[in-house]
Design a protein around this ligand. Structure first.
Ligand code: DHB
Ligand code: FE
Length: 285
């Protein structure tokens, strides 16, 4: 095992209302309590595992980027990232500490491996990134590890294919293996699961599709990587395409993984909240 290694992959939705519920002290209200209880085992697990760094795959929701500039894959290489103002002031959560040495190594290794990453040296991070941090670590004075943000365009057509995302995950695994410094890393895929925020099908949730997707992440991610965009839109709703980001997370793990934990909850605002924790199978290189 190289000095730097990815030991686990975490999938989590990033619904903004979850952040608002925490920040406004509503986490123990009946609507929200089951959701936060569902993440408690992961909070305890990650507090024990103490990763040094997260590679956090998320999408920016027109906070740092806009229709003026739309990078397909953007790697945050800065020393810190401030919580974005999404229209009602920035969340009062700690500034996100970056990991410039790791991030620049990833940029170099991935670009030389023919994944044309956009390098970002200044970027605010929105609910796509900060809500999963809150779910993993709760309300803290400082986040307990560094974070390399990897922003994926799933907002403006055309987003990358699931196949490309899965391949990028594999390239991230190779890139981490060649980083000379010690880091215990977890990779986080965020967004989803099925949800549609707009139009006549607003509120769409597809439990069967979500369950099959979570099953496939462990057992047959290759098959998931072949799902075309139109299937996501039809089956998981107009915003369900966020789920391709979970394939980056899965690609960065070994072929054989064990599912440590899964949680599925409906609703949080109008979204199905999904969560999974995967670890490389014992004995995997
Ligand atoms: C909502 C926004 C998101 O970005 C998301 O992934 C899920 C839900 C929302 O506004 O409810
Ligand atoms: Fe989103």
């Amino acid at each position: 095992m190289s000095a730097a290694h990815i030991f686990a992959g975490i999938g989590a939705s990033h619904v903004p209302a979850i952040g608002a519920a925490l920040d406004l002290g509503k986490a123990s209200e009946p609507y929200w309590a089951p959701l936060f209880a569902g993440f408690a085992p992961t909070r305890e697990w990650i507090a024990r595992e103490k990763p040094d760094a997260l590679i956090l795959v998320y999408n920016d929701h027109a906070s740092a980027f806009s229709l003026e500039v739309i990078p397909t894959f953007a790697l945050g290489c800065a020393a810190e990232f401030a919580p974005a103002d999404e229209g009602w002031g920035p969340r009062k959560v700690p500034v996100v500490k970056g990991d410039p040495a790791l991030a620049w190594h990833l940029a170099e290794a991935l670009i030389l491996d023919e994944f044309d990453m956009t390098i970002v040296n200044k970027m605010d991070v929105d609910h796509g990134l900060t809500v999963p941090l809150s779910l993993l670590f709760g309300q803290v004075d400082a986040w307990p590890c560094t974070v390399v943000p990897l922003a994926v365009n799933v907002i403006q057509y055309p987003p990358p294919t699931g196949k490309r995302c899965y391949a990028l995950g594999k390239a991230i695994r190779r890139a981490v293996a060649s980083f000379p410094e010690a880091r215990k890393i977890a990779i986080v895929g965020t967004g989803g699961l099925s949800h549609q925020l707009q139009g006549p099908r607003a509120g769409l949730i597809n439990r069967d599709w979500d369950a099959r997707f979570l099953d496939g992440l462990t057992a047959d991610p290759e098959a998931l990587s072949r799902i075309p965009h139109l299937d996501y839109v039809r089956e998981a709703g107009s915003e369900g395409i966020e789920m391709v980001m979970w394939l980056i997370m899965r690609g960065a793990l070994e072929e054989q993984v064990d599912e440590l934990y899964r949680f599925y909850h409906v609703p949080a605002s109008s979204t199905a909240v999904g969560h999974i924790v995967l670890v490389n199978r014992a004995g995997s290189p």
